[in-house]
Design a protein around this ligand. Sequence first.
Ligand code: NAD
Length: 289
Amino acid sequence: MTATLLDGRSAAEEILGAIVGEVSRLDRPPHLAILRVGENEASRCYVERKCATAKRIGIRTTSRVLTASANLEEIIGQIDRWNGDSGIHGILVQMPLPDSAMHGAVFDAIDPKKDVDGFNPHNFGLLAQGRGGGFVPCTPNGIVHLLRRYGIATSGRHVVVIGRSTIVGRPLSLLLQSRGMDATVTQCHSKSENLREIAKSGHILISAAGSPGLVGGDWIGDGAVVVDVGQNFIADPSAPSGKRLVGDVDFAAALDRCSYVTPVPGGVGPLTVAMLMKNVLMARIANGC
Ligand code: NAD
């Protein structure tokens, strides 16, 4: 079997094209504020990509970088200033922070109406309760969009999600079991036993562990759908930068076993950015000025 690639780039371009049309009808563009803390190279790349995409589709961005030694007061002070600024429609704090113990307080501090990442407990709670109306985290939303775009049914099917983070695994599991998606979800994590057997039993297998090569060919059931969320940089002396981006899945092995698979890069990543832009547009429309 040779799998069909789930093309995240073209799916993202369709979404972005629709946003351009909507932005052009507004009297003032949506405005996204991005805070980055510390010098994490991957975070810097992600923020640059978000800003470049926003610019391309007419969304304004403001970014601020705090040093890795910034304390919680400084971080929340910046968020509060943006919360109180009616010209800012969406606020994003690039994760992870140098000190992960701050994550909860930072999620709490963002005004739910500007919480375009969907990590504030208000928006997360709406998702957990199966209620609409809140911002849905971008990566899970992008994955669901990609499955729907390729007509991949989830209702009644067994979806195995590897990872339970606030950013990907946990909201993704909630979304997949919500009404309309109706999947039977098994959520796994680093303490799960028999992970290979569980993974193999999934009609759809989604890996968001951040562990290169974790999912080998013998983890994938015949004809399964495989979504690789992992973004891992591994050493590659042949690459100009000396490293290369790979996912969690042994891609070559997956191609032979599954029905559909996301490439890395070009799978989930572009959809994360597109869904962020969609949330910023929603925030602009909902908040008016
Ligand atoms: P995280 O470190 O916060 O969470 C990883 C989760 O995976 C944890 O719940 C952990 O228990 C689980 N895990 C780790 N190793 C495991 C193992 N060997 N077996 C089973 N479970 C294991 O990471 P995150 O923020 O959720 O991100 C996960 C991956 O997804 C990273 O590679 C990240 O770069 C990537 N990511 C990609 C996008 C995108 O747009 N493509 C967006 C966000 C995150």
